[in-house]
Design a protein around this ligand. Structure first.
Ligand SMILES: Cc1cc2nc3c(=O)[nH]c(=O)nc-3n(C[C@H](O)[C@H](O)[C@H](O)COP(=O)(O)OP(=O)(O)OC[C@H]3O[C@@H](n4cnc5c(N)ncnc54)[C@H](O)[C@@H]3O)c2cc1C
Length: 454
């Protein structure tokens, strides 16, 4: 009997934590193959965590160590569901862990959402992160005011990136064309709009203080938005973290304006009603949540809803459309009430888009425990990774393995040196593949048979 083989679909932190936990378990003597549709690993750690959060991104070093082990393989540039199906993978592995994250947007469902200039924050994040599938057109930045809808950490990331100075941006690894577009845009004011009051803000104190300290912009909070009502006091009394955020907002509201070139205004208690414009966005109407008769118009050419991500269905894997997640019981994927043998789920695909990177470690422990328990009770099948390799080869899929990924990293370091920066991301798929030494082979994504880009 050959040792068990486990496949992980997605190389974000949730998937890599699973690979790590399995490979380090003394009872597991098999191998783990991690499939990733992009040529680069690490999911939202590379393509979501803000570029100026290099300390958080340093987790990449420890995630990389997982792939340095011989029994964990990286199979990048392989789209599961297009280059190889889930059914095929299930035939070749004893267990398959779905870790494909939450790559779609939640929508607001408001009139005018289809207007040009209303762009999910995810697209903007993907663009400044150098995601190969980013579809953001920077010409929308030729507006004086941008409106970010939502008051979570992603909303503050987006606002901060819009007002960073060129020097601050050059301390990150964002592509040069992103630095140029963000340095030269016309946005003077970024409004961050929250439906509820400041007591319900979802951003953390750390993110708020960071935004209050950017070099090129004032952070403005209207003291009138911070009036302490008995309801607010009741909410804050049970939540020390929210109390600290509220106290920081009070301090920010009292600060005299420094009249910097740009500003970020936090607007609370505003419910977006509709986006207006003829084909392209020209404004947004907002009503006071606490008094819907008070309606105001904000002129703007760019609205960035930052109201959450959503998982996507993957052919061959049950999906709960209502929650936007893969249904499971104790991490085992459910088809109706019945668990699908050998199929597991982890991370945002399992829990929805909440939690920080560390939350996925706990989630991965649960999923790996289920995999190990089942492998112990069901004898491993006779499987062979060679079969998968030759299947992919026969389809002309150019797999980016760990060595090829390291070649991409070297190229990004070299590009950084050329521009006086530590590292600069390669952002097109062609450039990533060329740096990996792949120029001729084709993938199913190239032939148009792949899943739609997410
Ligand atoms: C904008 C943003 C900023 C964030 N900032 C922070 C932060 O500062 N600190 C923090 O702790 N957390 C942060 N988070 C949260 C953190 O990124 C998530 O908790 C975490 O990335 C979720 O992990 P995951 O592995 O489930 O999904 P993901 O990280 O999304 O990984 C999923 C992977 O699966 C791949 N994939 C998708 N479909 C397929 C397919 N069909 N075949 C093969 N591969 C596929 C994707 O390409 C991706 O690499 C942020 C999140 C966002 C959105």
């Amino acid at each position: 009997m050959s040792p068990p083989r486990v496949a992980v679909v997605g190389s974000g932190p949730a998937g890599v934590f699973c690979a790590q936990i399995l490979a380090e378990d003394p009872a597991f003597d098999g191998g783990v193959d991690v499939f990733e549709r992009l040529p680069a690993p690490f999911g939202l750690v590379r393509y979501g965590v803000a570029p100026d959060h290099q300390k958080i991104k340093s987790i990449i070093a420890s995630l990389s160590e997982v792939f340095e082990q011989e029994r964990v393989r990286f199979l990048g540039n392989v789209t599961v569901g297009a280059d190889i199906t889930v059914e095929e993978i299930r035939r070749h592995y004893d267990a398959v862990i779905i870790a494909h994250g939450a790559p779609l947007d939640r929508r607001l469902g408001l009139p005018g959402e289809e207007l040009g200039g209303v762009i999910a924050a995810r697209n903007f994040v993907s663009w400044y992160s150098g995601h190969p599938d980013a579809s953001f057109d920077p010409s929308v930045l030729s507006t004086e005011r941008a409106v970010v809808i939502g008051v979570g950490n992603v909303a503050l990331d987006v606002a901060r990136m819009l007002v960073r100075t060129p020097d601050e941006l050059r301390r990150t690894d964002v592509p040069e064309h992103v630095v140029d577009a963000l340095a030269g845009h016309s946005v003077r004011e970024v409004c961050v709009v929250g439906r509820r009051g400041p007591e319900a803000a979802r951003f953390t104190l750390k993110e708020l203080l960071e935004l209050s300290n950017v070099e090129g912009a004032d952070l403005v909070v209207d003291p009138a938005d911070l009036r302490l009502t008995p309801e607010r006091e009741a909410v804050l009394s049970g939540r020390p973290a929210a109390r600290r955020v509220f106290a920081a907002l009070e301090k920010i509201a009292e600060r005299p304006a420094a009249h910097r070139a740009r500003s970020v205004r936090l607007l609370f208690d505003r419910t977006p009603l509709e986006f207006t414009g003829q084909g392209t966005l020209s404004g947004i109407s907002l009503a006071r949540t606490s008094d819907p008769t008070r309606v105001e118009q904000l002129a703007t050419g760019l609205a960035l809803p930052a109201v959450g991500y959503r998982s996507a269905p993957l052919a061959g894997v049950p999906f709960d459309d209502a929650t936007g997640t893969v249904p499971h019981r104790d991490s085992r994927v459910l088809d109706g009430d019945v668990t699908v043998p050998g199929l597991y789920v982890v991370g945002w695909a399992k829990r929805g888009p909440s939690g920080v990177i560390g939350t996925n470690r706990l989630c991965a422990s649960e999923t790996s425990a289920a995999v190990l328990a089942d492998l112990a009770s069901v004898p491993a099948r006779s499987t062979d990774s060679e079969d998968v390799d030759s299947l992919l080869r026969s389809r002309g899929v150019a797999v980016v393995d760990w060595k090829r990924w390291q070649a991409i990293e070297t190229a990004e370091g070299a590009l950084g040196l050329e521009t006086g920066r530590n590292r600069v991301k390669l952002h097109s798929r062609t450039a990533l593949l060329a740096a990996a030494g792949i120029t001729q082979e084709r993938t199913a994504a190239d032939t148009g048979t792949a899943l739609p880009a997410s």
